[in-house]
Design a protein around this ligand. Structure first.
Ligand code: CP3
Length: 316
């Protein structure tokens, strides 16, 4: 969950030389920043350095990072959707597969490498809104007024994402994480109608790739229950629900991942210790538990506090 990034001085050093876009397109530099938190903290898995929005490259949608992503020409109408470069789109993402290979070489078996993508709706929302959003009004307007067009767009994105994840696994990714960061944009019933079928297909079509699939759905307990209906190996839990309650929702037979509020790391070490230990204790009621933050790490985090957290979890 954003292991690398602007809170690390060694990442900022790399970023002082190249833009974020250049970094994502440079396999050797991706490997370097992917390994930074592994070398520094002794984490148990690495997550590929990239972004969920690089797939826009494949279909010909320019995106700028400042650092918040911005899509200058949003995609909202039938002609805008149908005019994108959908055919064999994942072939254009070879630089990501090269980055996976570079990471695997650099890791040399030390820890597994997690590849990833955005979930279909989260990915589409950045294209439809033109960037991040609070209300997701264009996305929801499209789903409610032109459900067939919205469905076609998500269907095509899902096909692209399946090919993209298959490419990451072929290049050596040991596990896959799917990020549904904005699921809570939709009311639960609407999510089930307009969004869940595509997410289900993504998970189902990635199962034969033979690597564990982690499905992170940020939002609410109702969405967590829908996520648990799918066939992912691990359900990622955000910090807005207690881990014990989350396990009640997904059931004791699921593997869970999560879920410390990343801003806890801005508090004192005793607080971090107490919160982390409580999450580890709650996680023991699940079939298995992968400790993680409950969302992306803040740029204001002191790396020493991350080290403290890793030590607490390893000692628990
Ligand atoms: O270790 C890692 O950092 C893993 C790589 C990673 C990034 N983004 C790098 C990144 C991963 C897994 C992501 C996923 C991602 N990107 C998600 C899903 C997870 C989540 O956070 O909900 C989403 C929604 C995005 C889209 C995105 N990319 C946003 C909203 C931003 C702006 C973030 C900010 O801090 O303002 C980005 C840019 C981005 N992606 C950065 C990084 C390290 C910051 C860019 C910089 O270096 O300036």
């Amino acid at each position: 969950m954003r292991q690398a990034g602007r809170y690390l001085p060694e990442y900022r050093e790399v970023r002082s030389r190249v833009t974020f876009e250049e970094l994502c397109r440079s396999p050797e530099l991706c490997a370097e920043v992917t390994l930074q938190p592994i070398d520094r903290f002794g984490l148990d898995a690495a997550i590929l350095f990239s972004d969920i929005l690089v797939v826009f490259d494949a279909i010909g949608v320019p995106v700028a990072f400042n650092p918040a992503p911005k899509v200058a020409s949003p995609v909202r109408t039938a002609s805008e959707v149908d005019g994108l470069r959908w055919g064999r789109a994942a072939d254009h993402l070879d630089y990501v597969y090269q980055a996976v290979r570079a990471c695997k070489r650099a890791l040399a078996g030390r820890v597994p490498l997690i590849g990833f993508c955005g979930a279909p709706m989260t990915t589409a929302s950045y294209m439809i809104e033109g960037g991040g959003s609070r209300e997701f009004e264009h996305t929801k307007a499209m789903a409610f007024t032109e459900p067939a067009l919205f469905g076609r767009m998500l269907e095509r994105i899902t096909t692209l994402l399946v090919e993209y994840l298959a490419g990451q696994v072929a290049a050596g990714a040991d596990a896959l994480q799917i990020f549904e960061s904005w699921g809570a944009a939709f009311a639960p019933d609407d999510y089930r109608i307009h969004v869940l079928p595509h997410l289900r297909r993504l998970v189902d079509e990635c199962k034969p790739l033979g690597v564990p699939i982690i499905l992170f759905v940020r939002g609410n307990a109702s969405l967590l229950a829908q996520a648990a209906e799918l066939d992912a190996d691990v359900v990622g839990v955000d910090w807005s629900i207690g881990m014990a309650d989350a396990i009640e929702v997904v059931g004791p037979r699921r593997v869970v991942q999560g879920n410390l509020d990343p801003l806890t790391l801005l508090g004192p070490p005793e607080l971090v210790t107490a919160k982390a230990e409580a999450i580890v204790a709650a996680g023991r009621r699940a079939r298995a538990h992968i400790f993680n933050l409950g969302h992306g790490i803040s740029r204001h985090t002191d790396p020493a506090m991350v080290q403290h957290l890793v030590d607490v979890v390893h000692g628990a």
